[in-house]
Design a binder for this molecule. Structure first.
Ligand code: ADP
Ligand code: NA
Length: 344
């Protein structure tokens, strides 16, 4: 039997926050330990996806480097996993084009995320052009590039959250369309559903922690200083109910803090156990203890991140080049078959 190939990607849109870490990146690290040694792990910093919305070139360049350093800092091992910038492997774009030629416009326009973008497209300059004219083709065809990312490496499994299910379904549709037109060549990827834990915003605990929230104190970045973490947690929105208890509906703020506490608790207690242990604690003191746990939990990541980003050596460039070389090789094996199948 063929070994498993797992692919996942992250956009270089700044230092990951705790939601990204808990909801996605932490699993990337764990797969390195839990998967069989023959399983190929492929992780991409998807810079071509990042430019589907306007980016300053300087910022994108910095964010790519910061993302690479952050992934290494959380424990991605470039000897175990292929870690690379998407744009350094042109086969991603080449396969995207080939897939686009058998992809249905109707299917793409029915995708939820596109429909949301259509509804939300800001009418910033009092433009009266309809959203369809303001939105860009790259954003519309984003799922085709995502499909290419997965299929070009012959991924058998893709860890995806709920918000991405539809995109994986589309990738499978691309395989069906391509294989129907040119013969069995591409592989149907399966979903690995990661244990979903949503980290909620500190300032609005009924919505998820997100980089798009305007308040910076609504999220904790994995490289925040101890002071920043303490300040953000101490100003987190909670309630005036006495004591500490775990109830997502009645007490979303306190429950979110209990979840964060649990994730980083040295004694590995569940949120419920923590709620019991600290039931009579004053909220201010409780926030201090949550801060201590999060600070301690992120300390190693922060130290390694600073070392990597400040390093005078070309270690990051070396990792990127090495990853690109391995990813190119993985992609070319597929592209040889694809080009032959299509007659290119
Ligand atoms: P953001 O919402 O900050 O824009 P992305 O949409 O870029 O984050 O998500 C990147 C990855 O992180 C996805 O796999 C997503 O499911 C996960 N993720 C993002 N925010 C959270 C959160 N608050 N809790 C859990 N997982 C999250
Ligand atoms: Na998002």
């Amino acid at each position: 039997i063929r070994p498993r190939v797992i692919f996942s990607g992250i956009q270089p849109t700044g230092i990951p926050h705790l939601g990204n870490y808990v909801g996605a990146l932490r699993q990337w690290v764990q797969l390195q330990h839990h998967e069989h040694k023959d399983t190929k792990l492929i992780y991409s910093i998807v810079d071509l996806h990042a430019i589907t919305t306007p980016q300053s070139p300087e910022k994108l360049k910095r964010w790519k480097r910061e993302s690479l350093a952050a992934l290494l800092a959380i424990g991605i091992d470039p000897e175990r996993s292929i870690l690379f910038y998407q744009s350094s492997v042109p086969a991603h774009s080449e396969l995207m084009w080939i897939l686009a030629c058998t992809a249905s416009v109707g299917y793409l326009s029915r995708m939820t995320q596109w429909k949301q973008k259509l509804d939300l497209a800001p009418n910033s300059h009092m433009e009266d052009r309809p959203a369809e004219s303001r939105l860009k083709l790259g954003l519309f065809s984003y799922p085709v590039l995502q499909a290419a990312d997965i299929l070009v490496h012959r991924a058998t499994h893709v860890p995806v959250g709920h918000d991405q299910q539809q995109h994986l379904e589309f990738a499978r549709e691309c395989v069906t369309n391509f294989n129907h037109a040119y013969g069995e060549c591409l592989i149907q990827p399966k979903t690995i559903t990661p244990p979903v834990h949503r980290v909620m915003s500190l300032s609005d605990p009924t919505s998820k922690m997100s980089k798009s929230h305007k308040l910076a104190r609504s999220r904790i970045l994995i490289t925040d200083t101890p002071d920043e973490i303490r300040l953000k947690i101490s100003s987190a929105l909670t309630d005036s109910i006495h004591g500490i208890s775990y109830d997502h509906v009645l007490r979303p703020g306190i429950s979110n803090l209990l979840s964060l506490f649990s994730i980083f608790d040295a004694e590995k207690r569940s949120p419920e156990q923590l709620a019991q242990a600290y039931s009579d604690t004053h909220p201010r003191l409780f926030k201090d203890m949550v801060s201590d746990a999060v600070i301690l939990g992120l300390q190693g990541i922060r130290t390694r991140y600073i070392e990597l980003i400040d390093s005078e050596t070309h270690y990051l460039d070396h990792v990127a080049a090495d990853g690109a070389r391995k990813a190119l090789q993985s992609a070319e094996e597929t592209m040889d078959m694809v080009r032959t199948a299509v007659g290119l």
